[in-house]
Design a protein around this ligand. Structure first.
Ligand code: FMN
Length: 187
């Protein structure tokens, strides 16, 4: 069945990441981003697509740093809730009780129970009328030791999203759970 061009996302699986950044006052911002991808192999680059009215984008432009926290089953629900509107002086992590730990190479913190962390520095941005593609140089990438056994990576509890916040094949959340604040968000 042919779909409208803009609806290919109905069958396009996406990761769930939480991007952590710092504002000029040093307050941590955390926002879920799914339009995130590596830039080829073996390059040390990561790209994310951002809508323009995003504190995440503003912070990356101001500080040049961000962390891509790859979220898995343990806390993806809390991660999605970070998309709700919080005042700028309130960190989503504190508001939702999401624990953070220091990063190694950048100032924004890591989310403690992420599957892994990709610490990045702004390399360049590509501007569209309604979006910006941020390309980051990866300065540190690390898998959470929880998912290691004898130095080998054991199967991490990866989350893959399809639209309407559904986990592949499984409903992960009622849309109404987020509707109040999220109905206007398009990505
Ligand atoms: C699961 C999920 C994935 C999202 N992915 C993106 C994305 O890739 N790019 C984007 O600009 N917004 C995305 N959003 C919307 C932002 O997370 C949302 O607008 C958030 O409030 C932005 O926060 P900020 O202004 O603090 O950056 C996504 C939202 C959800 C719930």
């Amino acid at each position: 069945m042919e779909l409208k061009p803009e609806t290919f996302k109905r069958f396009f699986p996406l990761p769930l990441t939480l991007i952590t950044t710092l504002d000029k006052q040093g307050v941590t911002n955390a926002a879920p981003y799914s339009c995130v991808m590596p830039v080829l192999r073996p390059l040390d680059l990561i790209a994310l697509a951002s809508a323009l009215p995003r504190d995440t984008l503003k912070n990356i432009r101001e500080t040049g740093e961000f962390v891509v926290n790859v979220m898995g089953k343990p806390s993806f629900r809390k991660a999605i809730k970070c998309a709700k509107n919080f005042p700028p002086e309130v960190s989503e992590l504190d508001a939702l009780g999401i624990e953070s730990i220091p990063s190694k190479m950048v100032n924004p913190p890591r989310v403690k129970d992420a599957i892994g962390w990709i610490e990045s520095k702004l390399e360049r941005e590509i501007k569209g009328d309604k979006y910006v593609i941020i390309i980051g140089k990866v300065v540190c990438s690390e898998i959470n030791d929880v998912y290691l056994e004898n130095g080998e990576i054991v199967e991490p509890p990866i989350v893959v999203l399809v639209p309407n916040f559904r986990l592949l094949g499984e409903k992960i959340a009622k849309r109404e759970e987020f509707l109040d604040d999220l109905s206007s968000i398009k990505f």
